[in-house]
Design a binder for this molecule. Structure first.
Ligand code: ATP
Length: 278
């Protein structure tokens, strides 16, 4: 009998507002987890404006667009990135891909359960906004990181995202990550601003994951199509990403299925529960 695959920790990265640095966070968090010994898969779910492949200088043969068009299986899209990071790329400029049905989003989540990859962690980069796909992928993850920066629209859109995740999808735990901060106190202030409103109006626990400084080295790494933690390991943002990956590694492990759409659900079912239902 093959031993059951171990649970996979799934972390969804979202932001509400676009352009705050969500993809940079996803790429560098995934690379930092990998460098800390976690076998990691990075999934790009931005089916309209995908850019993880561009950020990492990869040339995908197949993308999620091909899966939905019936041209390949999900496993055919998995490619090997830097240092053995697994990447599932999306497709840019496919407008119809942003109009997938809720069933197709759920179908994609379930398709991951069939994926026989030896991974410990999956990082899911989401599109901006609060479309059905974003909500489903966040709901299906064990942890959600919401990236904010010091702009009024970023904070209000982050609140809007947390509100629909909580009210419509039952998400009750969110980690807040401040990006592009000018000084460490700015990150904490942004978190407190968000927490004041969420604690008044929502049934959700916010955790403060930390802050990534505004860093010219990060911009340079994007030009070089590399993660900053790889291109410039001692840059201030690289130091912050490693710290955040370390903290993310300390979150409590998944306790088992939560009874709704969930990534790698089979791997969350304990071996005992499996044989009881076999
Ligand atoms: N910590 C940082 N320091 C300096 N520049 C940053 C930082 N984070 C992000 N940026 C800049 O912001 C730009 C947008 O970042 P990124 O593409 O990661 O954002 P995004 O939220 O994923 O955007 P979208 O919603 O459009 O996908 C980057 O090209 C980079 O120039």
């Amino acid at each position: 009998m093959t031993p059951p695959a171990a649970p996979v920790r799934v972390i969804a990265v979202a932001s509400g507002k676009g352009g705050v640095g969500k993809t940079s966070v996803s790429v560098n968090l995934a690379m930092s987890l990998l460098n800390a010994g976690q076998r990691t898969l990075l999934l790009d779910t931005d089916l309209g404006l995908a850019n993880i492949d561009v950020m990492l200088g990869l040339s995908p043969r197949f993308t999620l667009a091909d899966v939905f068009a019936g041209r390949c299986e999900l496993r055919d899209t998995v490619m090997e990135g830097p240092r053995g990071l697994w990447v599932v790329p999306a497709a840019s400029g496919k407008r119809h891909m942003t109009e997938l049905s809720p069933q197709q989003h759920v179908g994609l989540v379930h398709a991951f359960s069939e994926l026989d990859l030896p991974i410990d962690t999956m990082v899911v980069d989401n599109a901006a906004g609060i479309a059905d796909g974003v909500l489903t992928f966040c709901q299906a993850a064990q942890d959600v990181i919401v990236v904010v920066c010091d702009e009024p629209a970023s904070v209000t859109d982050a609140y809007a995202l947390i509100k629909v995740l909580n009210r419509e999808r039952g998400v009750n735990r969110v980690q807040v990550l401040a990006n592009q901060v000018q000084h460490p106190a700015e990150g904490r202030q942004l978190f407190e601003k968000l927490e004041r409103v969420t604690s008044r109006f929502l049934d959700v626990t916010l955790g403060y994951l930390g802050a990534i400084p505004r860093d010219e080295w990060l911009r340079r790494s994007i030009q070089r199509q590399e993660a900053v933690v790889e291109a410039f390991p001692s840059a201030p943002s690289s130091v912050a990403f490693r710290d955040i990956a370390r903290r993310a590694g300390q979150w409590q492990s998944p306790q088992g299925p939560r009874g709704h759409v969930e990534f790698f659900i089979e791997r969350l079912v304990s071996p005992n529960a499996r044989s009881a239902t076999a």
